[in-house]
Structure formats: C-alpha cells, structure tokens
Design a protein around this ligand. Sequence first.
Ligand code: SF4
Ligand code: SF4
Length: 244
Amino acid sequence: MFLESPPPNEDRLKAGDTFRFSCHRELSCFNACCRNKHLPLTPYDILRIKINLGIHSDDFLARYVAYRPDPVSGFPILSIKMLPENAVCPFVTPAGCAIYHDRPTACRLYPLGRSSGIDPKESTSKEFYTLLHITHCDGLKEDKVRTVAEWVNDQELLPYIDMNDKMLDILFHPRRDPSTPIAESQQQKVMVACYNLDMFRKFVFETPFLKQFQVDDGTAQRIKTDDAALLIQGFAFLKNALYA
Ligand code: SF4
Ligand code: SF4
C-alpha cells in the first residue's frame, strides 16, 4: 500500500527493522483483504498484469481499471475496478490471487506501506516504510518475524520500486507547477505513455517519433518487444512533453 504522506518519525521502519506477519490459507481471514479496496495501479503494475493476462492494454483498461484525475495535480489515478456485484477484486479465487506472480505493488508491500520522494533540501531520494495496522488481518498476529529488507526481497519488490520511483520523478518534477493541475491534453499523454503501452508503441513506430526524439537503433529494436524498455521511453517522452 502506498502512503499519501510520510509517516511520523516514530512509525518509520528502516531496512533492518523487524515485524511479525505471515499470510496463508489456514487463516480465517484468507482472501478477506481482496475486497472493498481502493487498490492503486502504477504503470509498471499494469504492464506486468497485462502481460500476465496476454491482452491488449485497451482491453485491460476497459475491463479492470477505474480511473479519475487527481483533483490537485490533474494526473490520472488508476485503481483495480472491484466487481460491481460484491466489491471483490476480479483476480481473487478460492485458492488465492490468480495473478500472484504479477500482483500489484500494493499487494506485494502489504502489510507494509511505502512512501518515497526527493528531499528538496538535499536533492536526495528518501523512502520510508511503515507497518499498517489492519484489524481484520490475522496474519499480523502470526509468529513469523522478518526484516523490512527481507520482505522487499521475498516479495520481489525491487523492479517495482525502481519503476514506480521513475514515475514519481515525473509527478514531482522540479518544473511542475504544484498549484495548477495538468491540462486534459497532458492527461491523455500520461494515459497513453504510462498506462496504454500497446497504443504508445503504435505511436512510436507509426509517427516520426523515433526521428524526432533521436532514438538510436538498438533502443528502437528493444522497445518493439520489451514493454519495460518502452515504458522507460514513455517516461522520457513525458518529461519532454510536460516540462520541456
Ligand atoms: S492474513 Fe492479512 S493479508 Fe493474509 S489473507 Fe488475511 S487479511 Fe489478507
Ligand atoms: S490483485 Fe491479487 S492480491 Fe491484490 S487484491 Fe486482487 S486478488 Fe488480492
């Protein structure tokens, strides 16, 4: 789960700090947390789930994603669309998560929350973890103890953190005017370059994009088939489109 603001100092966990948690099928709360949630989706989350499901980005966005613009920044906020009949995540099954290998960042992080950003005074990146106290989660009463660093490693969070922080570089870019939301035309660019990679690939290869952005041959070959490389190109395109 992401945190909208940094936790107070006393709640911040460092890499070596420990917490108790274990989630397994024998718990009476098994699957209970996969419902009634605002479950945020980052560009890298969408990339991974879309590949897992083997569908076009357009279909993924239409079937599984709820969207609204952030009232302050104007940036799109995407989340998993819970099923209308019972408010359950569309990916939950009696045996657990159907997309477990590619589950989103928030599900991997749980029971931790993470916030990160650039310290304007030091121009360095800072991150904080905190333990979420969810009353219905019996996993927090289990005996298994681990460190934050072990959890990040076990949950294969590093590629997610790396890509999510690249997105934060755009959200908190020094040239962004925090008092004005981005325009609708800019929102559309963000939607395509970050969240609709199949459409962005078409834009890259069917317009003068490669020439205009001086993309070298090696990168052009890579982004034809590698969605992660294409997303990084999308971030570069957005920095230019929004802040040049
Ligand atoms: S232990 Fe917590 S995370 Fe696991 S199923 Fe229960 S509520 Fe969900
Ligand atoms: S994506 Fe998977 S782990 Fe996350 S809420 Fe849905 S079913 Fe649960």
